[in-house]
Design a protein around this ligand. Structure first.
Ligand SMILES: [Zn+2]
Length: 475
């Protein structure tokens, strides 16, 4: 029998706020364990949560980017469960009245663009972190308790593991664009849960699904879904049944193993958080934030493709990293042609970033310095290959392009009066070739051009040299 794969995703994104969601502890990664805590995020009796306004701002940005409905009123609920890294015994989350619902996000697939429906995006807090030691013991770090999260839940719209992977990658790009989350999956600031089921092709109702928890790479998302698809198909084919359960992906062995039988959502005993008031969102507040949103990655991509006519590789490089794209935009504001700017960004600039292992934010040359160099090429003051040398010199010694070109005598000659005697001398040196050329062996032009370049040491403007040589050969 042929089966269809049905996948829905739940993505948890840690927000880039200064402090935690409901207390003033710093929201930072990498500090010594249990140093960023207070009575509130440790759930001490009597400690009261206060909502961080920046959490609401970030959630608003994301909901707008997902074109979701932001509800004028929402509330917080307690999600109760026991786990050693959850000292309060519950997480503050949102249950039946979430922050935002019904959004969409488009992904690129093999068959073109696909629109994924977002069920909801709500605010919640993170739990601590359990670390299993080699000696069999487990230690906990509470620094992550109370770190603000947005949970994005999709409809079961994915039909292949690659579509799910593309969605995670698109969400990560978006979160970085709007500076809501750093998208670092290795550090766990972006994590993904996957709900998987299969059904015979043609069947309309959904079969039982399983949940795979806390996948921390796009590759793991795709591999785990494929693994689980095959397992479910085998179970059905041998007459078995899938039961609802939670599975864990073992990164080392690339296998899924059962973690626990799934609680129904009722088992969390959700009830309204008594220590927080309802949150009401003013439409004017939403409008103000909408006006501050940057151009979205897909809008930028379309503009680069359709208006600037950049080729596909340039579009994908420049639009997928907002800061890199912003640098490119600065070059264009400095009157550099889009294509020239894109070539420099993709070539020399990106190579320098890779070689030095830095981001564009740490790149030592400002756009106006690079623009000065590109302009020298456009004005034929310097050849492109010499310009690349100048670029490398600029990176090491800080002189401007103009200064290096003049200090090192790199500017190319376009002075025909100066070039004419040089070329005349060249033609005299090769009388046989000259006669053969004039007798019709026109492909000898390349030979003369090559010799002329050699004599002038690459400093002559090739266009000028070419037309002057044509003129002198064809008298
Ligand atoms: Zn705290």
């Amino acid at each position: 029998m042929n089966y269809e794969l049905i996948v829905g995703l739940e993505i948890h994104a840690q927000l880039l706020t200064e402090t935690k969601a409901f207390c003033r502890c710093p929201n930072r990664y990498g500090d010594p364990p249990n140093t960023l805590t207070c009575p509130t995020c440790l759930g001490m009796p009597g400690a009261l949560p206060v909502l961080n306004r920046d959490v609401v701002r970030q959630a608003t940005k994301l909901a707008l980017a997902l074109q979701a409905t932001i509800h004028p009123r929402c509330k917080f609920d307690r999600k109760n469960y026991f786990y050693p890294d959850l000292p309060k015994g519950y997480q503050i989350s949102q249950y039946d009245e979430p922050f935002s619902t019904l959004g969409t996000l488009d992904i690129e697939t093999m068959d073109g663009t696909k629109r994924i429906r977002i069920t909801r995006a709500h605010i919640e807090e993170d739990a601590g972190k359990s670390m299993h030691q080699n000696d069999g013991s487990t230690v906990v770090d509470m620094n992550r308790c109370g770190v603000p999260l947005i949970e994005i839940v999709t409809e079961p719209d994915f039909r292949t593991p690659q579509e799910a992977g593309a969605f995670v990658s698109t969400v990560r790009e978006l979160l970085r664009y709007i500076s809501v989350c750093d998208g670092n999956m290795e550090h766990g600031s972006l994590r993904c849960d996957v709900n998987t089921s299969v059904r015979p092709i043609g069947q309309t109702e959904l079969n039982e699904r399983t949940e795979i928890k806390n996948l921390n790479s796009i590759r793991a998302v795709e591999r785990a879904i494929e693994w689980e698809r095959q397992r479910q198909v085998e179970v059905y084919d041998s007459g078995g049944a899938i039961r609802r359960e939670t599975l864990l992906w073992d990164e080392a062995t690339e296998e899924l193993r059962a973690m626990r039988r799934k609680e129904g959502s009722d088992d969390y005993r959700y009830f309204p958080e008594p220590d927080l008031v309802e949150l009401s969102i003013d439409p004017e507040y939403v409008t103000a934030i909408r006006e501050q949103l940057p151009e979205m990655p897909w809008e930028r991509r379309r503009r680069y493709r359709e208006e600037l006519k950049l080729h596909e590789e340039a579009v994908s490089v420049l639009a997928s990293d907002r800061a890199l794209g912003d640098y490119f935009e600065s070059l264009m504001t400095l009157a550099i042609e889009p294509k020239a700017a894109a070539n420099w960004m993709q070539g020399e600039v990106r190579r320098a970033l890779v070689d030095r292992e830095i981001t564009i934010e740490e790149f030592p040359l400002t756009p106006d310095k690079v623009a000065e160099l590109i302009r020298a090429v456009e004005k034929d003051t310097i050849s492109l290959s010499k310009a690349k040398d100048v670029f490398r010199t600029m990176l090491t010694d800080g002189r401007s392009a103009t200064k290096i070109i003049s200090d090192e005598g790199l500017s190319q000659s376009a002075d025909t009066d100066q070039l004419r005697p040089i070329l005349a001398g060249l033609l005299e040196r090769y009388p046989d070739e000259l006669n053969r050329y004039r007798a019709g062996k026109k492909n000898l032009f390349g030979f003369f051009m090559g010799e002329a370049m050699k004599i002038t040491g690459g400093k002559a403007n090739p266009k000028v040299l070419n037309s002057l040589l044509q003129e002198m050969l064809n008298v």
